[in-house]
Design a protein around this ligand. Structure first.
Ligand SMILES: [Zn+2]
Length: 329
C-alpha cells in the first residue's frame, strides 16, 4: 500500500530560467507506488515529467503568499470585490480525425459548471426561481462571488498540438491567448493518461502574460469520456489555482497549511471519495475531501469555503482586477 499513491511533482523550472512560473496540476491516481512528494509523473508512456508543475514546496507556496501580502498592502483600506463576471475564452485544440473536438454545447456546460461551483449552487437557483430546495451538500458551499461568461470559443485542428501539447503549449498559448489579466483562457487538448489539467497562478501573470491560463484534458469537460472526472470539476479546480488557491493538502498537517483558515488540515491528497478521513488527527476537523481544491473524484467535490472565496477575491484585487482587467491587449 502506498502512502502517497497520487503523483506529486515538484514545480517545474524552465531550463533557461527566464520562465520560473510555478504551476499546479491536477492529476489522477496511479496504481504503482510513487515515492513521496518528489515523485514524478511517469504514466504517459514514460514521459519524464508532466507538462507543467505539480505540488508546490512549502517555500514556493510561501513565496506566492508573500507576493500576495505585498500587493495587499497597497490595497489597504479598499473594499475588495470579485468582478461582475469573468470573461471566458475556450480554445479547443483537436486532432484531424475529430478527437478532442469538444462541442459548443459541452463548452457552455463547462461554464455552467463553473458558475454553479463558484456560486455554491446559487447561480442555478437564482436562474430557476427560489423555490427549489438545495441539496444538503450545498449547505457548506460558499458563494465566492465569482461568475463566468463565455465570450468566445476558438477551434484549432492540429494533430501535433493535440497529442503533444506539452511540447507546443507555450507556442499555442502565445498564439491563441486573448484578453488581459482578468480574462480566463481555457485550453483543451489530449494531456495523456495521467494528467487532468494544470494552471498558472495570478502572481505569474506579470512576468508571463501570454502563458496565463488553464489547461484541461478535453475529456474532463462535462459529458467527456474520462471516468470519474467528466463532470467538469477539473476546470473548477484549475480555475481555483488561476484565482490563487493552493491545494487543501498544501503543507500537509503543518502550519500554515493552505493559508485558508476554514479548510481543515490534511496530510495528503485524497483520491476517490474517502469521506470521513482524518489524516491530521492533532488538528481540528476531518479532511476536506469534498473541497474542490482536493484530488477527489468529480462527483465527490461539492464546495469552496468562505475563506477560499475571500482569498480568491484578494488575489483578484491584487493581480487580476483594476487596470489589468480592463486592458484588452
Ligand atoms: Zn491542483
Amino acid at each position: 500500500m502506498c502512502g502517497f499513491a497520487l503523483t506529486g511533482v515538484v514545480a517545474a523550472t524552465a531550463p533557461d530560467s527566464s520562465e520560473h512560473a510555478q504551476r499546479m496540476g491536477r492529476t489522477v491516481p496511479f496504481e504503482e507506488c510513487l515515492p513521496g512528494t518528489e515523485a514524478r509523473l511517469t504514466g504517459s508512456g514514460g514521459q519524464a515529467r508532466p507538462p507543467e508543475g505539480g505540488e508546490l514546496t512549502p517555500q514556493e507556496a510561501a513565496r506566492y503568499h508573500q507576493r500576495l501580502r505585498e500587493e495587499l498592502v497597497s490595497l489597504r483600506g479598499q473594499e475588495l470585490q470579485p468582478p461582475q463576471t469573468v470573461p471566458v475564452v475556450v480554445h479547443v485544440i483537436s486532432a484531424e480525425d475529430g478527437r478532442g473536438d469538444v462541442s459548443d454545447e459541452r463548452v457552455q456546460k463547462q461554464v455552467d459548471v463553473l458558475n454553479a461551483a463558484y456560486s455554491g449552487g446559487r447561480a442555478d437557483a437564482a436562474a430557476r426561481s427560489t423555490t427549489s430546495a438545495a441539496p444538503a451538500a450545498e449547505a457548506e458551499a460558499a458563494d465566492t462571488g465569482f461568475r463566468f461568461e463565455l465570450s468566445e470559443v476558438t477551434r484549432t485542428v492540429n494533430d501535433d498540438w493535440f497529442t503533444n501539447f506539452d511540447e507546443h503549449r507555450d507556442t499555442a498559448r502565445a498564439q491563441l491567448r486573448q484578453g488581459g489579466a482578468g480574462t480566463l483562457n481555457i485550453y483543451t487538448a489530449d494531456l495523456g493518461p495521467g494528467l487532468l489539467g494544470y494552471s498558472t497562478f495570478p502572481q505569474d501573470y506579470e512576468e508571463n502574460p501570454e502563458q496565463d491560463g488553464v489547461v484541461v484534458a478535453h475529456d474532463t469537460l462535462p459529458g467527456g469520456d474520462r471516468e470519474q472526472f467528466n463532470l467538469g470539476h477539473t476546470s473548477t479546480h484549475e480555475v481555483g489555482h488561476w484565482l490563487g488557491l493552493f491545494h487543501t493538502f498544501q503543507n500537509g498537517c503543518t502550519d500554515p497549511g493552505d493559508y485558508v483558515d476554514d479548510t481543515p488540515y490534511e496530510r495528503e491528497a485524497a483520491s476517490g471519495c474517502p469521506d470521513g478521513r482524518d489524516t491530521c488527527p492533532e488538528k481540528e476537523g476531518e479532511d476536506p475531501v469534498t473541497n474542490f481544491m482536493n484530488y477527489s473524484d468529480d462527483a465527490c467535490m461539492t464546495h469552496f469555503t468562505a475563506g477560499q472565496g475571500k482569498r480568491m477575491v484578494e488575489h483578484w484585487a491584487a493581480f487580476r482586477g483594476g487596470a489589468s482587467q480592463a486592458r484588452a491587449d
